[in-house]
Ligand binder design. Structure first.
Ligand code: DSN
Length: 415
């Protein structure tokens, strides 16, 4: 277990807070689809002395001395990522997902160019063209969503929008879409309109390398992913691309956007990629999807309305309108029951993004603890009971007791 012993001795104020969060993680079930538990080895790399080093530049071309080992770790991380994803070129320096996406725009677009991405309130991401985000402020945005009748992306509609708007870059990828992306179809539309393609696979990269979601290569030009979601690495990101974009991407990351890479995080990425190369990771990825399907089926039995009627990946998007509760209140009462979820807009939501109609649930973290279909049935029942008793703190506390008891049999790595 992470004891935090040095922090405890030196700084009790910080220790108390960290210990509280450790207990919260141990005694509750994490159902936010973008969260996961890293391995002790990944944590050790993140908390290592590699944080002491500056290394602006790239292996063999740095602006600081003393790079013998840092070059080795960055090259190892790159080699492993290339092998895992089948990428021709990899940059492992982006600090996180949003900076990675901005670096891609910086490499490929001029301000005022048109980019096309999925609307945030229908499942996309801030950096895929939201008006208040960098992507929406500096670029002209054409967006697509899902069909109201199916909750799914309609590739004919994507093609119509692309033909009308002639984007320079078409982005596939989402944060709240429970179905698979057809990367080949996106590329064929892009070819027709002369656009480049970017896939932001942050949510699904662990499923891609685990072989349970189609891979964007060889179709897509540029692929970004965070490394801490289904991929189960440190909080960070990488950019992968076809060889011809490699120079522009590297230049955009450094010196275009960032300074020194976080070398301890690069080491942690190398460790996580090594873990994802093991056969056990493919079983993990398959179990994430089986668990999400089981959770979806059980929620439907309890009368929940799921966007698109179910899931093909790691997440379930629940429209709570028929349950007479809004996402914010569901999130709050589930918190009291030890079930952590996040409120989320559903497609064509009539409520605001600050108080949306839905919640988003995911299975990556619970699956890391070893939970399977049986546990998913318990979770769905507890969600239903908690929502039916949303104002009854005694009942919510009793559910939390049951959750805690289950969690005791499924330890979190490193806790
Ligand atoms: N914040 C991430 C998520 O929760 O999906 C996306 O950046």
């Amino acid at each position: 277990m992470q004891e935090f012993a040095t922090i405890q001795a030196q700084d009790p104020d910080v220790y108390e807070i960290m210990a509280g969060e450790r207990t919260r993680q141990r005694d509750g079930i994490e159902l936010i689809p973008s969260e996961n538990y890293t391995s002790p080895a990944v944590l050790e790399a993140m908390g290592s002395i590699l944080t002491n080093k500056y290394s602006e530049g790239y292996p063999g071309k740095r602006y600081y001395g003393g790079q013998e080992y840092i070059d080795k770790i960055e090259n190892l991380a790159k080699r492993r990522a290339k092998q895992l994803f089948g990428a021709e070129h990899v940059n492992v320096q982006p600090y996180s997902g949003s900076p990675a996406n901005i670096a891609v725009f910086m490499a490929l677009l001029e301000p005022g160019d048109t980019l096309m991405g999925m609307k945030l309130d229908q499942g996309g991401h801030l950096t895929h063209g939201l008006g208040v985000n960098f992507s929406g402020k500096y670029f002209n945005v054409a967006s697509y969503g899902v069909r109201q009748d199916s909750g799914r992306i309609d590739m004919d509609e994507v093609r119509d929008i692309a033909l009308a708007q002639r984007p320079k870059l078409i982005i596939s990828g989402a944060t709240a879409y429970p179905r698979q992306f057809d990367f080949e179809a996106f590329q064929s539309i892009a070819d027709e309109v002369g656009a480049m393609t970017m896939a932001d696979i942050s949510h699904i990269s662990g499923l891609v390398v685990g072989g349970v979601h189609p891979t964007p290569f060889p179709f897509t030009d540029i692929v970004t992913t965070t490394t801490h979601k289904t991929l189960r690495g440190p909080r960070s990101a990488i950019i992968m691309c076809k060889k011809q974009y490699g120079k522009a991407i590297d230049k955009a990351v450094f010196p275009g956007l960032q300074g020194g890479p976080h070398d301890h995080i690069t080491a942690a990425k190398a460790v996580a990629f090594g873990e994802a190369m093991q056969p056990s990771f493919a079983s993990y990825a398959a179990q994430i999807v089986s668990n999400a399907r089981a959770l979806a089926a059980e929620l439907i039995k309890h009368g929940f309305d799921l966007v698109s009627g179910g899931t093909d990946n790691h997440l379930v998007l629940v429209d709570l309108t028929n349950k007479g509760i809004i996402g914010k209140d569901a999130e709050a009462c589930l918190d009291k029951a030890g079930l952590t979820v996040n409120k989320n807009s559903v497609p064509f939501d009539t409520r605001s993004p600050f108080s949306p109609s839905g919640v988003r649930l995911g299975t990556p973290a619970a699956t890391t603890r070893g939970m399977k279909e049986t546990e998913m049935a318990h979770i769905a029942r507890w969600i239903s009971e908690a929502i039916d008793n949303q104002t009854d703190d005694t009942k919510l506390g009793a559910i939390h007791d049951e959750v805690r008891e289950l969690c005791a049999g499924f330890p979190v790595p490193a806790i």
